[in-house]
Design a protein around this ligand. Structure first.
Ligand SMILES: [Zn+2]
Length: 297
């Protein structure tokens, strides 16, 4: 095995180890959170959101092909969104968990009504339609005692920026959320550096850029690291809410420490697209890809 392959193999072992430890951290918190039958909705909403955050961090850790500026932001922005939503709900867990559930049910009810109208308009029978029945069963199956009617308004009745301000996540919103949003919405400040490249035709003047699909970028470890930090931060919010710490080690601390050890073993040199993912010391809250790319062009 070459030195490079050896380092890659060690890196994948670290990622698998991190993912296992992240799931253990999640399971440990679930085990030590006794169910309050009067607050089923809080358990389902808070537990479900924590499960989703863990799943995203684990899936990203397992998927180096996703660690590019094309794909990773599409996974990291929802993690920031979830982190803010999570903290906001935990400020008033009962009321806001109910709001969250009501909104989701309302969205499905709305889809179902659109489907029924479409079926009726084309001569179908909405009541015997399998898809309509399935959606109705999904709504009916959720027997939360507070569900007397389904509300189709905005779930939180405020935008994410205001929610972030409410729960002390202004910086996370202003820096991380906005950063990942340029890719999610395919905006110019993402398109210019990542979907165009300098024209190499010597007859063309003016230094314009030309489109190129699937521009190759080396997998960047900062993406799974950012995901691991978002998950750890979300765990912390949960621990503050519960007022207790889990009886297991921190997956993030282990991950960072193993990456640092691997980094010491790898000689640092400038990256090329053919290089294996390099351990980097960039702050996970700041991804510099856009800025670096602009400086190079
Ligand atoms: Zn040209």
């Amino acid at each position: 095995m070459s030195e490079r392959d050896g380092h890659l193999d060690q890196l994948f072992q670290i990622l698998v180890g991190y993912a296992d430890r992240a799931i253990e951290e999640f399971d440990e918190r679930c085990r030590s959170w006794p169910l309050d039958p009067n607050q089923n909705e809080v358990h389902e909403v808070v537990g479900g959101l924590l499960s989703r955050q863990t799943t995203l961090a684990v899936e990203i850790a397992h998927g180096p092909p996703m660690w590019t500026p094309h794909i990773a932001p599409l996974l990291l922005r929802p993690m920031v969104d979830l982190r803010i939503t999570f903290a906001w709900i935990l400020q008033e867990p009962v009321t806001r968990s109910r709001q969250f559930v009501r909104y989701g049910l309302g969205q499905v009810k709305l889809s179902m009504e659109h489907l029924k109208a479409k079926l009726a308009a084309t001569g179908g029978d909405p009541e015997s339609n399998a898809q309509v029945k399935m959606l109705q069963q999904w709504i009916d199956g959720q027997r939360f005692h507070f569900l007397t009617e389904v509300n189709v308004g905005n779930w939180a009745e405020k935008d994410l920026r205001t929610m972030a301000t409410d729960c002390g996540c202004e910086t996370l919103y202003r820096e991380d959320f906005q950063n990942w949003s340029s890719a999610t919405h395919s905006m110019w400040h993402h398109i210019q550096p990542f979907s165009l490249e300098p024209c190499r035709n010597p007859l063309h003047r003016g230094g314009h850029r030309v489109p190129r699909a699937s521009l190759p970028f080396p997998p960047d470890l900062d993406y799974p690291r950012a995901a691991a930090h978002y998950l750890d931060d979300t765990f912390e919010v949960f621990d503050t809410f519960r007022g207790e710490k889990p009886n297991c080690a921190s997956a993030l601390e282990w991950f960072e420490s193993e990456l640092a050890k691997l980094g010491d073993r790898i000689k640092v040199r400038p990256t090329t697209p053919e290089d294996p993912p390099m351990v980097s010391n960039k702050s996970p809250s700041i991804v510099d890809s856009v800025r670096n790319s602009n400086q190079e062009s």
